[in-house]
Design a protein around this ligand. Sequence first.
Ligand code: ADP
Ligand code: MG
Length: 694
Amino acid sequence: MPLRGAFAGGEADWLPTPAAPQPRRLDRAVSALRGVGPAVERKLARLGLRTVRDLLEYRPRRYERAVPERRIADLFADEEVVIAGEVRRTSVRRPRRRLAIVLARVADGSGEIDAVWFNQAWLADKLVPGTHVRLRGQLRRGEFNVRSYDLDGASETADYAPVYSASEEVSVKKLRELVAAALVYARDDWDALPAAVKAERGLPVRADALWALHRPASEAEAETGRRRLAFDELLVLQLGLLRRGRARGGVTAPALPPPGELVARYRTTLPFVLTPGQEQAIAEIDGDLARERPMDRLLQGDVGSGKTVVALYALLRAVEAGRQGALMAPTETLAEQHFLTLEELCAGLDVRVALLTSSLSAGEYEAARTAIANGEAAIAVGTHALIQEEVGFRDLAVAVVDEQHRFGVEQRKALAEGRTPHLLHMTATPIPRTLALTVYGDLAVSEIAKPPADRKPVVTAWVEEGRSSEAYTRLRRHLDAGRQAYVVCPLIEESETSVARAAEREAERLRRAELHGYRVGLLHGRLRPGERRELMARFHAGELDVLVATTVIEVGVDVPNATIMIVQEADRFGLAQLHQLRGRVGRGAEQSYCLLVSRPKEQLTDAARARLEALVETSDGFELAEIDLELRGEGELLGTRQSGLSDLRFTRLPVDRPLLEQARDEAERLLDYDGPLNDEVGRIFAVADDARLA
Ligand code: ADP
Ligand code: MG
């Protein structure tokens, strides 16, 4: 097979780039480029641009349109065009303080016109008579308003000039200059793909791809470049995922005996019957636990679909086998919440659950640690602290990891030790099906597609600020009927401390105004763990009517009696986040409501409007995730950041789905290849090792 051969060193179909690559050059700091001093370096760092490579891989947000070049005599109003000519004379006008207008009289063979720049007074010195200029802009009231310009050669004014995400400190123009300087080093980059692979997949040489990305002669050329770069990153991702899967191949975990008396009792104590989705997931878990190979399963289901009940089932399977279970959550609040839930469910089963987080008092921590070590605690709930070395389980058999993508490193560590518990990953973030392959690789997936049948979808309404008092009237009706409520405020402040202060002010205001006479608790990130736990317990027990919260309630909080939620300034939240928040209500049989309060519709961006409309329309998390993907574009989707997908700069999903599958095939071929490795292949593996993979 020619491809296998292509990976070997010195094969005829391997055509190395002429000059030996020197990829280290790309790892130099941006300050290696001319014109980048410490100040610019700091500003670039704030855009995440630290090395020459960062600049090279800074993907343009879009490209300027192609516009015609016109003679001055042929200009007509408002058409965006390029003109080229010579400066005759220049002047600066200052009609107001803080406003400087540079005027340059520009002539070509056909005529003359005044070109106008705003607030760039320093330009006047450069526009000396005789200077040749190319200007892109529009004719407006007899003057030529300049959008971009070139004093020597064309790049700014060129068709398809790249438009980068700039900042107030670093302009697009500056970024273009810097990327141009970085492009000189494009040929120093590795091209890890064998020529045969490039030929088969229609992919250009990597350096050409980088040039095409930043200096395309057409949109199609830019796209070809982007695809190559996307392929590289997808290949690395897939290699990592496949290797992780294969690494697990050699790892063992003792099989558990079949389901016994404890889980049978557990089922009968539940106040409801399990949904078909839950039963299906449980059956799949039982199947996994019967094997010697460690379970590696993702339990995916929308908020409120009933994952926790399934997770506890898996933990109890360990307990009835005389071994231990662990549940790990990404935050302390979540861990505490899970603890409360599990403790309650386990109370009648005579199973002891311990909470272990790093914020326990020294005494509490020691006690929990001891109980876990000697096996008195059959189930441990905690944050990362649980898997830190100093916590030894007597005999851990099943670990449930909530929000699986945040645990990459620890998991890998456990793998490296060759022994691992059966793992069940839980995620409440629905990853669109179009992404599942990318994110999870070979992970087996159980999906709870439908919420419990008696669950009514949360009725969601979008309310403009001016009518928020009606939202509170509605909320008070629920409280008066004995229900509970959430009020969420998206406080955007400098620090957690100022968020806390602002939250306190808002809670105080609500206690005096809309929520006067009700018992209002305040949950924010600055509370001490003990306080937070107590607050949650009180809300759970119905001793508080309303929980005012910053976004810390986003996941995991489970109080079925809470039936209404008001989200203030909802336009500031992302779609996925709002969906998560909304999932806090509608957890019982009662009809629940979510009221999204926003600024007036006409003040919102299109995207914000689309988000709120989508939430009103549907409560299907998968559908929302697809919409989110469309609205936000690839790579920014919630859940992707934590999953390693944020490392995908060039991939556009779902468009690149076929490319993703190609990269997967290629990764498999690479892993199966057992001939001598050449440098290039070694390089791919090295990159795959470095990549932070879930
Ligand atoms: P998730 O973790 O998927 O967001 P939970 O497991 O926390 O969902 O379940 C949400 C709520 O639904 C909880 O109050 C739980 O007790 C309840 N619940 C779970 N399974 C069922 C079921 N089969 N029928 C009715 N209610 C259920
Ligand atoms: Mg849950």
